[in-house]
Design a protein around this ligand. Structure first.
Ligand SMILES: Nc1nc2c(ncn2[C@@H]2O[C@H](COP(=O)(O)OP(=O)(O)OP(=O)(O)O)[C@@H](O)[C@H]2O)c(=O)[nH]1
Ligand SMILES: [Mg+2]
Length: 191
């Protein structure tokens, strides 16, 4: 009887937990994206002022519940010397959100190199990828097709894993909702 009841309780209330890494170069908007996501998805969450966000040295963690899923985000610092720490988190991650600064064409190839190195890791084999073309509020920024073209030679390394490129404006929250959750569900994370 106890087993039955505890099974029923777990079925009704226990959440499936997923760890999602948020990666990308410094200044891409990862922490801004995380703060917006927490604000949009967590009732009563009083987010920090976005203008007070400074470069991440280490890691920010955020958790949101969506339906029966609990998503734990790990937002890692993107500065060059911090990128060597990213792979410590790969083995435990169920998905990666890779944020690109669409206003910074000058660093697009650097971003592509970091992305390519990340997806080359065996620990991330088969892990779904959501690529966010951030800062779409800025006029004349790179579009999703521009970014897809610049990253096109990563296709063999992406292989058969799910990968979606979405436009996003983390600063205002525009598209955060659709690009974070529905894209993750498209990628099969909430199955
Ligand atoms: N215009 C615009 N600016 C943005 C957007 N998202 C982030 N920013 C700005 O970009 C800058 C960097 O944002 P962060 O969120 O700190 O970037 P990060 O990727 O976490 O950077 P690191 O922690 O150094 O790796 C800040 O000045 C943000 O206000 C956006 O959608 N539009
Ligand atoms: Mg940050």
């Amino acid at each position: 009887m106890y087993t039955l009841l505890s099974g029923l309780y777990k079925y009704m209330f226990q959440k499936d937990e997923y760890c999602i890494l948020i990666l990308g170069l410094d200044n891409a908007g990862k922490t801004t994206f995380l703060e917006q996501t927490k604000t949009k998805f967590s009732k009563n969450y009083k987010g920090m002022s976005l203008s007070k966000i400074t470069t991440t040295v280490g890691l920010n963690i955020g958790t949101i519940d969506v339906g029966k899923a609990r998503l734990m985000f790990w937002d890692l610092g993107g500065q060059e010397e911090l990128q060597s720490l990213w792979d410590k988190y790969y083995a435990e991650s169920h998905g990666v959100i890779y944020v690109i600064d669409s206003t910074d064409e000058g660093r697009l190839s650097e971003s592509k190199e970091a992305f390519e190195k990340m997806i080359s890791s065996e620990a991330l084999e088969g892990v779904p990828l959501l690529v966010l073309a951030n800062k779409q509020d800025v006029p004349d920024c790179l579009s999703v097709p521009d970014i897809k073209t610049a990253f096109s030679d990563c296709a063999p390394k992406i292989g058969k894993r799910d990968c979606l490129v979405q436009p996003c404006t983390a600063l205002t929250g525009a598209l955060v909702l659709c690009s974070s959750w529905s894209s993750l569900s498209t990628l099969g994370l909430n199955n």
